[in-house]
Design a protein around this ligand. Structure first.
Ligand code: SF4
Length: 427
């Protein structure tokens, strides 16, 4: 399995592997040992599409028997045009079709080794943390995004099924659950927040139920709707991590309207102030797009001023690029590359300065951290509650880690801060 793209695609890969493992298939760590290769593709940006095509080409060269699935699978002609030798192309979440394609390419053994399947399924993320997908699809129509076309409208999983999966993960040793979806705050809207088996499909109830399982619970892709304020007391109480991954994308109302963003009219600085009043330790992460069609210097300056006031802890920024099929491609006033680059540089310079300041303020404080890795020199790579895996920073412990294990949650005193990372000693 070659798994590309976002954590949502990773969850799809895990589901496919779990099903295949249940049928007795093995997973090969290299091309040479595999009877066939599944490439789970990403089609979010043109650069991701190119990367997907490249991965398919490599799998064809190295192995020759390739099944393609995932977001880019929604455009089969695009794939077969470049790689006519692929065995099958299926779209996102077409698990049954992927399994059918595998059965055709490599017929299953008659005696499936079901007993070898761990109760929690097969996971590609390290054992001590796991992504938990609560819904699929999205009801919005942001102009730069083709995810609703590829993944369809919002479909929420029943709350009791999410909780059951989370319980199994925690029982199998997971210490941190990363809640993902396209729009976490909209969870349950499509099923009218139905209650079944004692669990209601609403993000506030779900967060509370997940928080009772004893693992860290981290919320990703939350939009700034008013009801998000109800989540913050759960963070202040310690039920879910004081962390919000909230993709603002821009701060100027006109840019947001041209993007057709959900909650475009929200007074986000007021909301942030309200969240911090309830939970002063809350860490805010967000992503932004600069150089969107029609973005004037004044609009961009509003974004910079907003960032200066918002003082977000973690920030990612993309230069706008046209994606085949996105409605924003047709917008007037597309900006030249050098303007996008210049704005990106200015934005990141400010974001970095804020990060440096925020991290420097943590020197001398005590933080709970989760251990992700310990290398042969005994250096432990950890994360604080303010850091999600892979996208945020780390806290390193250089000494005295002999008794530590990956997945441990321990307390450290921070003694040094860099641009994006921290260092500390065990207490
Ligand atoms: S909210 Fe907007 S950006 Fe996010 S998946 Fe939906 S349409 Fe795309």
């Amino acid at each position: 399995m070659v798994s590309l793209g976002c954590p949502k695609a990773l969850v799809d890969s895990e589901r496919i592997l779990t099903r295949l493992r249940a049928e007795g298939y093995g997973i090969s760590p290299d091309y040479a040992g595999a009877d066939a290769v599944i490439v789970n593709t990403c089609g979010f940006l043109d650069s991701a599409k190119a990367e997907s095509l490249e991965a398919i080409g490599e799998a064809l060269r190295e192995n020759g028997r390739v099944i393609v699935t995932g977001c880019l699978g929604a455009e089969p002609d695009y794939i077969t045009g470049a790689h006519p030798r692929v065995l099958a192309v299926t779209g996102p979440h077409q698990y049954e079709q992927v399994l059918d394609a595998v059965h055709r390419a490599v017929p299953p053994a008659p005696d499936p080794f079901i007993d070898l399947l761990p109760a929690s399924g097969v996971r590609l993320s390290p054992r001590h943390y796991s992504y938990l997908k609560i819904s699929e699809g999205c009801n919005h129509k942001c102009k730069f995004c083709i995810i609703p076309d590829m993944r369809g409208r919002l479909v929420s999983r029943p709350a009791h099924a999410v909780i059951r999966e989370a319980e199994k993960l925690v029982e199998s040793g997971v210490r941190e659950l990363l809640v993902i979806s396209q729009d976490t705050s909209a969870y349950g809207v499509d099923i009218k927040h139905a209650e079944a088996n004692g669990h209601r499909a609403h993000i506030t109830d779900l967060a509370r139920d997940l928080g009772s399982l004893g693992a860290w619970v981290r919320l990703h892709y939350v939009y700034p709707y008013p009801h998000v304020r109800d989540l913050i007391p759960l963070m202040a109480e310690g039920l879910v991590l004081p962390y919000l991954d909230i993709p603002f994308q821009h701060a100027h109302p006109d840019t947001l309207r041209r993007m057709a963003r959900p909650a475009a009219a929200a007074r986000t600085l007021d909301e942030i102030a309200a969240w911090r009043a309830i939970c002063p330790d809350i860490a805010l992460r967000s992503t932004f797009i600069v150089g969107y069609p029609g973005e004037t210097e004044a609009e961009f300056q509003t974004l910079l001023d907003w960032l200066g006031e918002a003082q977000l802890d973690r920030v990612g920024c993309f230069k706008y690029e046209n994606v085949a099929g996105a409605r924003s491609n047709a917008l007037p006033d597309q900006l030249p590359e050098e303007v996008k680059q210049e704005r990106w540089d200015r934005f990141m310079e400010m974001a970095q300065a804020i990060s440096v300041e925020q991290l420097a303020a943590k020197v001398g404080s005590r933080q709970a951290v989760i251990v992700d890795d310990i290398d042969e020199d005994g250096v432990a790579t950890c994360r604080t509650m303010a850091d999600a895996p892979e996208i945020d920073g780390n806290l390193f412990i250089d000494e005295g880690t002999e008794a530590l294990k990956v997945g441990d949650i321990v307390t450290v005193e921070v003694d040094e801060a860099g641009d994006y990372d921290l260092w500390g000693v065990l207490v």
